[in-house]
Design a protein around this ligand. Structure first.
Ligand SMILES: C[S@@+](CC[C@H](N)C(=O)[O-])C[C@H]1O[C@@H](n2cnc3c(N)ncnc32)[C@H](O)[C@@H]1O
Length: 228
């Protein structure tokens, strides 16, 4: 089912092939879990003194739990939380150090007080600009040397974020899992302490310039305004 919006939707609202959007529009249980190589990477890079946070929840939450992290999972889906909890109980996975926050990240993260994080996994809502929001509210809660794992980089709404990070001096790309998941190490104490002209992403040669508006188009627009 679709978890990014609370209302039901018609498959015609999605640009996905009808068969795929029909599944999303149904209430079928689906798992959009991250790949096993990424789960292995996370398992190998956290331990029982790690402080970790993810947007979204799923198999990844269980990996953080298994590794004994002090972990926070932010997801608005109470049914997901119940399913994960039930699975953990059945499989004797201790959730004692896991805190589920049953809220959307855009509402909760601005008041989140957990900091000094060792690893952040961004895998919540993927619609534009949620990846940027999640990044903004967690980037400086991550310690210098901590890891930011960003899933679904194949989506443009996520790619724009990792394009920025890959040229920014605050970050170093340390892993690229099949162009689908990128892992960055934070190499500065603060990445918020910056002005626009200090960000190489904003250099004209670093990104394609926004196409200048043609004279004729500009004229048409102005005429339209005058005519109204
Ligand atoms: C791709 S799944 C996460 C998969 C998970 N990382 C795993 O490995 O199984 C996306 C998650 O984002 C959650 N989600 C959707 N909208 C959200 C929002 N606004 N804030 C936080 N999480 C959201 C969904 O409920 C779901 O848990």
């Amino acid at each position: 089912m679709e978890t990014e919006i609370e209302r039901s939707f018609d498959p015609s609202e999605s640009f996905l092939p009808h068969s795929a959007s029909e599944i999303l529009a149904s209430d079928l249980l689906t798992c959009h879990g991250i790949e096993s190589d990424v789960l292995t990477f996370i398992a190998e890079n956290v331990h029982d003194t790690s402080r970790t946070l993810e947007t979204g929840a799923g198999c990844s939450t269980l990996v953080f739990a298994l590794r004994g992290c002090e972990h926070m999972a932010v997801t608005p889906s109470q049914s997901e939380i119940s399913l994960i909890t039930r699975y953990a109980v059945r499989n004797e996975i201790c959730l004692g150090k896991v805190r589920f926050v049953p809220e959307s990240s855009e509402k909760y993260l601005p008041r989140c007080e957990m900091d000094g994080l060792d690893l952040v996994l961004l895998d919540g809502k993927h619609a534009f600009p949620w990846p940027m929001l999640d990044w903004f509210y967690t980037a400086d809660k991550l310690r210098k040397g901590g890891l930011m794992v960003i899933d679904d980089v194949q989506l443009r709404s996520v790619a724009i974020l990792t394009e920025f990070m890959s040229v920014d001096p605050g970050w170093r790309l340390v892993e690229n899992f099949s162009g689908k998941t990128h892992v960055f190490e934070k190499v500065r104490d603060s990445v918020h302490d910056v002005a626009w002209h200090m960000q190489p992403y904003n250099r004209a040669e670093a990104t394609p310039p926004v196409a200048p508006i043609k004279k004729a188009t500009l004229l048409r627009r102005l005429m339209g305004k005058v005519g109204r």
